[in-house]
Design a protein around this ligand. Sequence first.
Ligand code: AQP
Length: 337
Amino acid sequence: MSSKPRVLSGAQPTADSYHLGNYFGAFKQWVALQDEFEAFYFIPDLHAITVDYDPKLLPERTYIAAAQLLAAGVDPKRSALFVQSHVPEHTQLAWVLSGITGFGEAGRMTQFKDKTAKGGTDKASIGLFTYPILMAADILLYQAAKVPVGEDQRQHVELTRNLAQRFNHRFGETFVVPEAHILKATAKIYDLQNPTAKMSGSATSHAGVVNLTDDPKAAVKKIRSAVTDSGTEIRFDPAEKPGISNLLTIFSALTGRTITDIEAEFAGQQYGHLKVALGDIVGDFVADFGSRTRELLDDRGELDRILAEGADSAREVASQTLADVYRRSGFVPSQRG
Ligand code: AQP
């Protein structure tokens, strides 16, 4: 077993593709952390069923998720890549943690409030309400020191820290208390049509969401039609110019260039010039990403093999943590192993 600290993160298979927000907010960091950490990355299919979903679509979406994570650079030789439902310890630990989570505490999670804002809480599932407890179990099972996520997940990681500390205090030192790892520059990528809302897979319209396997022409069109701000100056100013600032963030993240450098290149030019240049960059990116994803999807046997190996590595760690938790919780050990 590795002596490196551990890192864990997941991304839900709730759409036919991940989007640029997932890529920059999460996946780029996942890939960067693979050397320094023992990495566990997973596809949270159990989380995906907490909202209305089609069970006929879920298997394909799970394979697409796996292929896209590999295409993004998750390396199965260095990281365990697995499907959440293949590791039953996640739900087992979540139940134990639900016993030490306050109802009021769970009720303060803003993502639940956001996700139920439209339909109301009466229509929401209990699963959506307790989702952060399952997420805490996801993280704590692996004794993860760091959790690379976008800004929207900060509060959930904070809850996880509280639960870890509470359990450790009541039952003895059991869990590593994890930290969120959030890259400031790309912590929140915004919807191109509504640049004050986050780019989201469940947006009602995908006109402002660039999916990683969008048809390149469609992606170029989305960038060219992005909502921009009043004025003409191309300057990074999220408060006054959220639309242009979002485009500059994406430009910088895709090219590795600094925002200052990009501002200097476009000094004195119109918004349209920036959009055309960025459209071309995004078009090339999705063309390349899409073809790599399709190639990976063509070999289901290999995807199954990678996911099975990932689940084996995950269970090795998860089963030990759960056994420790059960023992500390006072459960009589099963004699059947
Ligand atoms: N717009 C975003 N900017 C930066 N990071 C983002 N993430 C999501 N949207 C952005 C990060 O991506 C990872 C995976 O997210 P998720 O699939 O678990 O769920 P989510 O945060 O709820 O993402 P979506 O797209 O909004 O999905 P829906 O709407 O379907 O639930 C996380 O690390 C997240 O922070």
